[in-house]
Design a protein around this ligand. Structure first.
Ligand SMILES: [Cu+2]
Length: 175
């Protein structure tokens, strides 16, 4: 009898530990996207998994078709009128790795697949950033998620021919 109670207690332990330590205090990141005029352009949710970050993007106000999406190295989206240059280069740029998910020497840490916008300008997608964590993205100067005017060809330097930066959001920790 005592053995059975002990077995039941041990079996229940892992579940309790997971819910308290991993679900209860799991950090989640988000970015509110703005267009160049400062209008709301959707959002991005960053959820940490065991080996990377799952990023869900729900964007609006885009031209229909494919759009390049990248993480940029600086969490600054304050200069939409100047084309969001404050967000800097792609995350991982300057470490000697070329841009592009299809580049033989790539990709940069901030490279993501393209996002497809429907005829009404809306786009929804989930992307997985293998190896990324909220802690590394939320370094001293932060990170921005940027959507470009055109699609990323995943090979050309330095940004895959993706053109202007049309939406930008600063990664933040959800409280
Ligand atoms: Cu970019």
């Amino acid at each position: 009898m005592r053995l059975a109670i002990l077995a039941a207690a041990v079996a229940a332990l892992p579940l309790a530990a997971v819910s308290a330590q991993e679900i209860g205090i799991m950090k989640v990141g988000f970015a509110d996207l703005k267009d160049a005029a400062g209008a709301d352009a959707g959002s991005a949710l960053f959820r940490p998994g065991a080996e990377g970050l799952l990023v869900r993007i729900e964007a609006s106000g885009l031209t229909p078709g494919w759009h390049g999406v990248h993480l940029h190295e600086t969490g600054n989206c304050a200069d939409g009128a100047e084309g969001f240059e404050g967000a800097g280069s792609h995350a991982g740029h300057g470490e000697g790795t070329p841009h592009g998910l299809l580049h033989p020497g790539g990709p940069e840490a901030g490279d993501l697949p393209n996002l497809f916008a429907a005829a009404d300008g809306s786009a929804k997608a989930e992307f997985y950033l293998a190896g990324a964590t909220l802690d590394t993205l939320l370094d001293a100067d932060g990170t921005a998620l940027v959507i470009h005017a055109q699609e990323d060809d995943h090979v050309s330097q330095p940004i895959g021919g993706a053109g202007a930066r049309v939406s930008c959001g600063v990664l933040q920790l959800a409280q």
